[in-house]
Write a protein of this length. Sequence first.
Length: 564
Amino acid sequence: MSAHRRFNIPLHSNDALKTMNDLRRKGELCDVVLHVDGRQFPAHRIVLAGASSYLRAMFTNGMLESGMKDIKLQGVEASVMESLLDFAYTGNIDVTVENVQALLSSASMLNLQSLRHVCCGFLQTHLDSSNCLGIRAFADLYSCSDLEETAYRFVRQHFLDVVKGDEFLQLPKQELRNLLREDHLQVRSESQVFEAVETWILHDFSRRKDHAVELLSNVRLPLLTLEFLEARVFPSKVIKNNADCQLLLAKVLNESARNLPLYMTIPRAQPQAVYVIGGRNGVDCQLASLERYDTLTDEWTVLQSMKYPRTAVGACSLNGLLYVVGGECAVNIPHDDTMYVRHVECYDPAVNQWMSLADIAIQRSFVAVTALNGYLYALGGEDRTCSYNYVERYDPKTDQWSTVQCMRRKRSGAGVAVCDGKLYIAGGYDRGVHSDRASVECYDPETDTWTFVTELEKARSGMGLASVNGCLYALGGRNRSTDHYFDLAERYNPQLQQWQPIAPLNTPRAWPSVAVYDSKIFVLGGFDGAHRLASVEVYNPDTDVWHFVQDMNTCRAGCGAAVL
């Protein structure tokens, strides 16, 4: 028997801090008194130093206050100081709409980073069109870059609602000018941008009329229709009494498009979103439904369903359209006879409609689909008897499929992604030998050849594969031999030719769908061995951290996903 054993008491530190907080409230063993807004707050230096790097520096770096028992703090309200001390001792704090700005201001001054993070997260969840401009300015004031970025994205996406609010009318001219320069203002037409500028100027016309030319030069005037120009622009009070504005209009509207600044002739881009389609949400239920995830509001919206319900589909985006390829559906329910399909459908988000395209040559499910160099690729898959190494390529210009070089291994339920101009396919299952694969192949479209690269750590199928910043990420999956469902996540560096483990998924899952948005990886749905999932996890490669976002409206496995 070993004479040495190390024990860990998880609640020990919590109990110790609870005791110290009780002592603080009784004024016992306190070695510092904070004077804030006319009130006194006895406390313990060691606890304050542990919570606040600002106070730690004050107590330890030879500052005047390091030897003082009574310390006066400026810029903090007494009621806020009470909450900050409770947080320092307990880690608990009540954040409300009424106190969040005061808490964030004080947390920033005292450098309470964890509380700053909490307050920023709270403000993010309370963004709306009436407060987003103010929250963005507040975040900028306190260097909360993530909150500022999120608030500004919200402004751009909800521009038409934002311009109806008081915050927009009070926006400084320089900030309005910068906003007008954004490519990603979500507007239906440039006329709405002109109307926003007009509204802002007319709100304080005598003071703002001199800014009209500068602001109008950031409206994409060539995109305005002749009808709108005649009905709304030329008669506008902002224009008709301003010779400089009239000169600008005449110059821009009479100039050849090729002689104008490029930004003036390009419509503002619509924001992207994550779409998920199809899959299975029960033993007998294949889905045709389509959902769209709004990254700013953390909400899912149900859109137009595709024509054919199916699961085990392949999906990807190309040229702003969503393509869904192959799959399977149950017939003769409840016997669950499986029909493998060749159908290909395409969704246009601009009109919320589906169209049917040329079928793939071989009916198959668990087909891997991706886009490369303007083509759609459908790789592998399976039917009732076998898995395939077959690869088809779709040309959207001709609506035709053709074949390219077969993979070197048969595989279904494999992960596929494009990295540095090459196509990678990883894992999968071969029905012919009843085995999952760890092998990974790389396709070079210039030579129409496949080569093996470094294998996965674990053989598995039903996994997702994503590409971010020159690396591949293999996520989840299942080994059919052991019936093990993985939370395993691996990253492959093609330059080093190595797979390395990263933070595991929060939930083991096979047959999820995977999409990349804003350099972050979304893993949607799947099956954990007992239940089909509606949960969605998002991975940040910069921090190696997973977090959940809002569940989908419908649990689904074997679904497809894409970003449009």
